[in-house]
Write a protein that binds this ligand. Structure first.
Ligand code: NAP
Length: 300
């Protein structure tokens, strides 16, 4: 029987590490701060927001919500984003997407400051994933997948990874992150032929398609690691993934459940990004602090 790999352990380990980092930053006079920009009151945004605020508060990150009217104009919205871009006390910005129709994402993605863009909205961060530039910010969900694989010590170098789905929020970025870790990556999508045989080649199978329980054991190689990114509601109204976990658990070596898998790690990644952004934005300050510290220790 395969191991059910729980996201909570990963999330807790990230949070513990971040709490220490936040404490160190605060001792140097810097408090990491996130601003969540929400337009309207979409229930799934509100649910994610509650989780993110709780996670930030546990870690010691300041988190604020900028709630904007559903009918806000594009000019007003851009002004609001520019305000948080300029605010030196704010290190990270999360904009809930999709935005209402009157707000053109193809324009707004160029407005958010790439240094503060916590969920890879800016094309600069998309490019940084392609270039394997670690100063960038990958979207939180693909980064959560990578964090789970690392925590459970899943070898990636030279392994065959198959990613099902090619969206900009899940499939494409996770494929690039796996490639950056030297996996050999195949991407499947709705036009892929004979998907079970393509997926059955995978040592690591990552699925993000939005099709409840579509992936059964015929897609899984014996001993494969299966990561289910999907969040769906089944016929009985229960939350479920894109993978039929019950059918695949025996064939896989490890498998993430839904709920309790990838989804439970994403707010920790958001917090991790805020701390990273804060450190990057205060690099000069940190160098100054270390110079002072070295000088001080020379005296004594
Ligand atoms: P999306 O934008 O709708 O993209 C779905 C992708 O799956 C597309 O690339 C599509 O192919 C492919 N696809 C759809 N049906 C398929 C099929 N029958 N066979 C093969 N490929 C198929 O969805 P998304 O935003 O990437 O989200 C995917 C899933 O992840 C959803 O369940 C979503 O709720 C979940 N999600 C979870 C988290 C989390 O935190 N855990 C975060 C974001 C999303 P084409 O490109 O050919 O159309």
């Amino acid at each position: 029987m395969g191991q059910l790999i729980k996201g909570k352990l990963v999330a807790d380990a990230i949070s513990d590490d971040l709490s220490k980092k936040v404490e160190e930053l605060k001792m140097k006079g810097v408090s990491p701060k996130l601003v969540i920009v929400r337009v309207g009151a979409n229930p799934s945004d509100l649910s994610y927001e509650r989780g993110a605020l709780k996670r930030c508060s546990t870690i010691g990150i300041i988190a604020e919500v900028k709630e904007l009217q559903e009918n806000i104009s594009q000019d007003e919205f851009i002004k609001e984003i520019e305000k948080v871009n300029k605010d030196k006390d704010v290190h990270g910005i999360l904009i809930f997407r999709p935005l209402p129709k009157q707000l053109d994402e193809s324009i707004i993605k160029y407005i958010i400051s790439p240094e503060k863009d916590m969920d890879c909205f800016s094309p600069v961060n998309v490019a940084k994933i392609m270039e394997n530039d670690e100063t960038g910010f990958a979207p939180c969900t693909p980064a959560a997948v990578m964090e789970i694989l690392e925590y459970y010590k899943v070898p990636l170098k030279g392994k065959k990874a198959v990613v099902v789905g090619r969206s900009m929020v899940v499939g494409k970025p996770v494929s690039m992150l796996l490639l950056n870790e030297n996996a050999t990556v195949t991407i499947c999508h709705s036009k892929t032929q004979d998907m079970p045989s393509v997926c059955s080649e995978a040592d690591i199978l990552v699925v993000g398609i939005g099709r409840a329980k579509m992936i059964d054991s015929s897609f899984v190689k014996a001993g494969a690691v299966v990561i289910d990114v999907g969040i769906n509601v089944d016929e009985e109204g229960n939350l479920c993934g894109d993978v039929n976990t019950d059918d695949c658990v025996d064939k896989s070596s490890m498998i993430t459940p839904v709920p309790g898998g990838v989804g439970s790690v994403t707010t920790s990644i958001l917090a991790k990004h805020v701390v990273k952004a804060c450190m990057q934005q205060n690099k000069n300050f940190r160098i100054f602090y270390f110079v002072i510290k070295i000088k001080y220790s020379e005296v004594f």
